[in-house]
Design a protein around this ligand. Sequence first.
Ligand SMILES: *Cc1c(COP(=O)(O)O)cnc(C)c1O
Length: 380
Amino acid sequence: MMNKIQMVDLYSQYKRIKPDIDEAIQHVIDSCAFINGPDVKEFADHLIDFTGAGFVVTCANGTDAIQIALMALGLCPGDEVIVPAFTYVATAEVIALLGMVPIFADVERETFNIDVVKLKNNITPRTKAIVPVHLFGQCADMEPILKLAEAHHLKVIEDAAQAIGAIYTFSDGTTKQAGTMGHMGMTSFFPSKNLACFGDGGAMFTNNESLAHTAKMIANHGQRIKYHHDIIGCNSRLDTIQAAILKVKLKHLKSYCEKRMLVAKAYDEGLENLEELEIPFRSINSTHVFNQYTLKIKGIDRDALKKALHEVGVPSMVYYPVPLYKQKAFKKFSKADVNFHVADYLSEVVLSLPMHTELGREEQSFIINQVQRAIQKQRK
Ligand SMILES: *Cc1c(COP(=O)(O)O)cnc(C)c1O
């Protein structure tokens, strides 16, 4: 029998590696090393090997990771930080929380990622940093972003919460992983991300040893030596149990990425001929690890399609229904004379289909057939 279709299927994924996961968790319980146990450092070391980052600093969640990176880079209240107008709230939230000013830049219609021209137009003498987001699993165009940053002395913090494992190719042929190209980068291990733990978790990446030390200190109450606090920090730790789980799952991350790419390919083939939708665009300089498979729905009512799919047992999600600049919390940062035509457009047309490592052929065909049928019905 076909499994019930879910946006993500964490239980089936767990069942495949249950003995390893259970053993890893039990081992932490038996040792009672719940905080800063050996698994935390081991996982960080394995993540260095996987990503090619110089240093990895783990923390409690992805949102904290962006916040700590901003703090480690010495950014100050009043500094302007440019972010895409179309992303998850966390990216801009921590900037505002630290008293900095999030400046929204519109995104590209094709990739959903920050538009480099719009980014450039938003640079002022107060701009101090850029937070490009590798949305849905594909890298933003990092080469021109890094060049702009260098020319204007800006810090770059990559939000790779949705893109761990994605590979960006520079024009000289060198390749780097998402999160490892800027001054700092981060990812999240939230259960719906590509490398997911059984709760909250996050990590920062950097190639700069002193930044790594500072970030580590900030995440640990500003102390390097216990009870000696040199700077203001916070309490943001990756639990040992989560690290132990992640250590097991990291071994499978490459195959998880490949599985997602295969599902995406099946969706592409089944849906590319429908003129009412646009399949995800692939950049020439980045692989796509498909944290989300996001369609653009054209000429028919996206929400009616979503409802019709729901009725036949196919869940889908709108990431994201409201661009950040339009959110009540961010109103004070938006300027009346700036428009975000692409972010506005995308918020009205995007629809993400179920995407996870456990989607079998049968489920994929069912989803494709149901999307085809639902669209044909809407044509009438
Ligand atoms: C999930 C996510 C975050 C935040 O990660 P948490 O671990 O949930 O705090 C930040 N940015 C983006 C783009 C995300 O998708």
